[in-house]
Design a protein around this ligand. Structure first.
Ligand code: B1M
Length: 212
């Protein structure tokens, strides 16, 4: 079995120490941190989701796998952040109200930091009012929202509405993402852009800044 397949298996099995051991071995053998992340750690969580959907995994097992993924992330994160360049702009990032999923949101924060952005991570279960307060306090260039549940996606639109009602909409560029989110949905709620993954959140933010 190759390293990436072994990482996936260890994440699925929720074996944090094994994930860390193989992640280190993979990096020592010359795999890049991006490959370990994008072809090992992230796809493992998709398989975990499929198992949950099929009834093969309970929530407790999803949580244990998430913890194991974080074990690998702890190792690759400093390597990805080493590629840091000068500060480009500020982004506030949060998972929307009612939603507790944070892995994708944390990856977005990590890639933004690695891409030279100042990041204010609001955390999970962030209400429209909390986003509004954060925009007033931090005056960011970007507001980035993550949602993993079809039921919580609606809070993205509610947050944009709340920003408009508070006269803040034109001060920020708003980006949305997360597994159930699509370009069509982003357009329907009036977001400035949709990013399908954390890397795209950075490249699209860069493109917007270049236009300013
Ligand atoms: Co949950 N969960 N979960 N879960 N969970 C999903 C999302 C689900 C698809 C599983 C399934 O049924 N197949 C399903 C949602 C169904 C739906 O609504 N369509 C689901 C469910 C139902 C639930 C509960 C309701 C289960 C229950 O209680 N009955 C519950 C809800 C809790 C809540 O939030 N209120 C729940 C709970 C949990 C755990 C707590 C156990 C755990 C989360 C742990 C944590 O985050 N710390 C968990 C997990 C781990 C998952 C799966 C298995 C994995 C999610 C993940 O981390 N993926 C997930 C299945 C799946 O997604 N296939 C599932 C890896 C991550 C890197 O991907 O977050 O998509 P993702 O991020 C990507 C992109 O989407 C993008 O970048 C990342 C890649 O670079 N991206 C952005 C994300 N946010 C972005 C923001 C941006 C840009 C890009 O801003 C611009």
């Amino acid at each position: 079995m190759n390293f990436l397949a072994e990482i996936k298996e260890a994440v699925i099995n929720g074996n944090t120490s094994k994930v860390q051991e193989i992640t280190r071995a993979a990096l020592d053998a010359g795999e890049t941190p991006q490959t370990v992340l994008n072809e090992g750690l992230i796809p493992a969580m998709s398989i975990v989701g499929e198992k949950f959907q099929k009834g093969e995994f309970y929530i407790s097992e999803m949580m244990i796998s998430a913890r194991a993924m974080y074990g690998g992330l702890d190792i690759v994160k400093p390597l990805l952040l080493n590629q840091k360049v000068e500060s480009k702009g500020k982004a506030i990032v949060g998972t929307v109200q009612g939603d507790l999923h944070d892995i994708g949101k944390n990856l977005v924060c990590m890639m933004l930091e690695g891409g030279g952005y100042e990041v204010v991570d609001l955390g999970i279960n962030i209400s429209p009012d909390q986003f509004v307060a954060a925009v007033k306090e931090h005056k960011p260039d970007f507001v980035m929202m993550s949602a993993l549940l079809t039921t919580t996606m609606a809070y993205m639109g509610k947050t944009i509405k709340a920003l408009s009602e508070n006269g803040l909409r034109e001060q920020v560029k708003i980006a949305v993402g997360g597994a159930p989110v699509t370009q069509k949905f982003a357009d329907s709620i009036g977001a400035d852009f949709f990013a399908s993954d954390a890397g795209e959140a950075v490249t699209k933010a860069n493109a917007i800044l270049a236009l300013k």
